[in-house]
Each structure stands twice: as structure tokens, then as C-alpha cells.
Design a protein around this ligand. Sequence first.
Ligand code: ADP
Ligand code: MG
Length: 233
Amino acid sequence: MAFIEVKKSSKFYQMGDTVIAANKEISFEIEKGELVIILGSSGAGKSTLLNILGGMDTNDEGQVLIDGVDIAQLSSKELTNYRRDDVGFVFQFYNLVANLTAKENVELAAEIVKDAMDAEAILEQVGLGHRLHNFPAQLSGGEQQRVSIARAVAKRPKILLCDEPTGALDYQTGKQVLQILQNMARKQGTTVIIVTHNSSLAPIADRVIRLRDAQVYTVECNSQPQSISDIEY
Ligand SMILES: Nc1ncnc2c1ncn2[C@@H]1O[C@H](COP(=O)(O)OP(=O)(O)O)[C@@H](O)[C@H]1O
Ligand SMILES: [Mg+2]
């Protein structure tokens, strides 16, 4: 059994008189420690899918098995535990707490779990050992995103979910952030799922899931993913 198995998962939104299918019978598998890219244009259903995988939203039909457990069937209490213990999130606009330093932002997230990583150590790992005591407004966009990655991984999540993590960053800074995410998969064995509309990122992933009109269009595996320094986008 694969680490993540999504089976015919559908999600519908009621908009006035009409029902919009944001995800239609989505099916795929992901192995532990993979770097996965979910690709699709705006409105394809990527964020909906990511939010369901992270337990921030629930599907209406189908199964979402994480490590053998169908999270679509969990109670809200169990779903809270799943979000807290197993999942790290990275968002396009970082969502750091403005009046806490880099280190305090990471500590805040680490506090809610047992056995969290040391905040200073993880910030050093993302190249911010010299920025521990700076507030978000004193950091560049790329630095803020690296703090948000540190915050997400400090909990030692099994799954790291990233929604357009390089969307607000310039090219070189985006590459640094992708390199950190690829390292999390390669070196820590974290399963990393990145949502993007940018198809030029596809070659760096172990697996690429393309969404189109709320459905899975293709799933491809790269046996030899490219290194981030070699891609151009
Ligand atoms: N909370 C919501 N209420 C109503 N419609 C929604 C909601 N969330 C998403 N949708 C709709 O579902 C579709 C997929 O959205 P989304 O998953 O955000 O796509 P993407 O992230 O690929 O741009 C879109 O048509 C969007 O308008
Ligand atoms: Mg989106």
C-alpha cells in the first residue's frame, strides 16, 4: 500500500443555484519521501485538493488514505490531531506572525507537538542562523518563506504541503526555496507536495500530477528528477 492513496475523491461547492465540482473523482498514489508536484492552471482544483490532503477541508465522496487511515472518515478531533502532528503547511504569502521574531515564529509552531526540532537548528538548516532575532518585516520575501518552511518542518511532519511556495518570490530566491524543499524530501524523508501552475518546475519532482478541469489529467514519474540548479523557468 502506498503512503498516500487518493481514491475517487470529489469535492463540490454550492454557488447559488449551481454546484461546482472543484475535484472530480481524483485518484493517485504517492510514496513516502517523494517530492511531488501538483500542476494545473488557475481554478483546476489544486488548492482544494491540497486542503483536503491536509485535513483543512473534507471531501464529499471518495477516500483519502494517509498511511492506511482514511482521513475523510475522521472526527473533527481526530482531524485536528492529524493537522497538528502529521502535516506542515507552507503558503504563498508566508503567514508569519508579524510581532514575533523568526525564532519565536518557529518556536510557536514547535510548542504544539511533542518531540519538535530545535528552532535555532532548523533555522540554521535553512540558512537563517544569522536572522534568528529579526521580525518578518525585517526579512526579504525569500527569507520569510524560509522561516515559514522552518516553522512547518520543526514539527517533524510526515507530509509537507506547499501551495504556490515560490509564487511571490523572484527567480533565484524561488530556486533556493525549492532546493530546501527538495532537501527535506531527500535528506529527511519527508513527503513533500508542491502545488504550482508553473509547468517548468515539473522536472525536479519524483512524481507530477496534472489537474485539468477538476480531474487528474496525467500522473508521471521521473526516475531521474533534475536538480534545481539545472532547471530554467
Ligand atoms: N470555498 C469555495 N466556495 C466556492 N467555490 C470554491 C471554493 N473553493 C474553491 N472553489 C472553486 O473550485 C474551483 C477550484 O478552486 P481551487 O481549488 O482554488 O483551484 P486552484 O487552486 O487550482 O486555482 C474553482 O472554480 C473555485 O472557484
Ligand atoms: Mg490555488
